[in-house]
Design a binder for this molecule. Structure first.
Ligand code: NAP
Ligand code: GCO
Length: 262
């Protein structure tokens, strides 16, 4: 029988006070997992805890910046002591800066790389030693920009392209220890991160990018965080124990589609 259950598992989802991480963690909880999440501000951790409680989920929230190796190591040790060994890690925390490359400072570029690529490296490195003793699942939240570029997102695309290859490398290096590392590549999902791309124009019309994405998506809609729940539970469960180094695109078909003739 195929096993999609997460009963008895401890799942850490980084940056999961809201947005995609919150939806994935909620799905994991409904599948039986104990939820651990972090954010960089206590007020957001508190807001997240309240949001999980409203869903009937008793989550464990911690303040931790994924780019700070000392903080991450202390955080993981604290979770292992207070909650248990982490069976499932979702590297979800991430930012984007939409700036034309020639106008982006090196510091801005480095900040995106630090959170979106160095962060997953640091957190994965902290949890793998305990996973090696048993079994582990690592899911990296990649992007359309793991495969495609577009104007103003050079740092983000470089980070998410790198995250795809980090996913493949963790799969290659630790697969023999029964650790599976895969990616989820969401399409365009309606969250705070993409709100600027969907806001109404001054004249009340739709944002041009909003109309563009809907035309580019065979499903003819933006995705929702809920669209990612099933794929995430699949990759976190024993049902995917022979899936390794794969990036599962959950994009409504964007990557398969040349786009509607204007
Ligand atoms: P979001 O709404 O902006 O949420 C991002 C989360 O990451 C927030 O909770 C944020 O906390 C947290 N975070 C940022 N920097 C952090 C750090 N240094 N340490 C710990 N937490 C940190 O984004 P989202 O749309 O849910 O996206 C989640 C992930 O999916 C990101 O990796 C994003 O790149 C990826 N993704 C999004 C889409 C999309 O269309 N939305 C598509 C593909 C991939 P604060 O609020 O405190 O900053
Ligand atoms: C953008 C968007 C995208 C999405 C996502 C697509 O500005 O193009 O923010 O990057 O966030 O990554 O998969």
């Amino acid at each position: 029988m195929v096993n999609f259950s997460l009963e008895g598992k401890v799942a850490l989802v980084t940056g999961a006070s809201y947005g995609i991480g919150f939806a994935i963690a909620t799905a994991f909880a409904k599948a039986g997992a104990t939820i651990v999440f972090n954010d960089i501000k206590q007020e957001l951790v508190d807001k997240g805890l309240a949001a999980y409680e409203a869903e009937g989920i008793k989550a464990h929230g911690y303040v931790c910046d994924v780019t700070n190796e000392e903080q991450v190591n202390a955080f993981v040790a604290q979770v292992e002591k207070e909650v248990g060994i982490i069976d499932i890690l979702v590297n979800n925390a991430g930012i984007i800066k939409r700036i034309p490359m020639v106008e982006m400072t090196a510091a801005e570029f480095r900040q995106v790389i630090d959170i979106d690529l160095n962060g997953p490296f640091i957190v994965s490195k902290a949890v793998i030693p305990s996973m090696i003793k048993g079994h582990g699942k690592i899911i990296n939240i990649c992007s359309m920009m793991s495969e495609l570029g577009r104007e103003t997102v050079s740092a983000y695309a470089a980070a998410k392209g790198g995250l795809k290859m980090l996913t493949r490398n963790i799969a290659s290096e630790y697969g023999e220890y029964n650790i599976q590392c895969n990616g989820i590549g969401p399409g365009y999902i309606a969250t705070p991160q993409t709100a600027p791309l969907r806001e109404r124009q001054a004249d009340g019309s739709r944002h041009p990018f909003d109309a563009f994405i809907v035309a580019k998506t065979p499903a003819a809609r933006w995705g929702t965080p809920e669209d990612l729940m099933g794929p995430a539970v699949f990759l976190a469960s024993d049902a995917s124990n022979f899936v390794n180094g794969h990036v599962l695109y959950v994009d409504g078909g964007i990557l398969a589609y040349i786009g509607k003739q204007p």
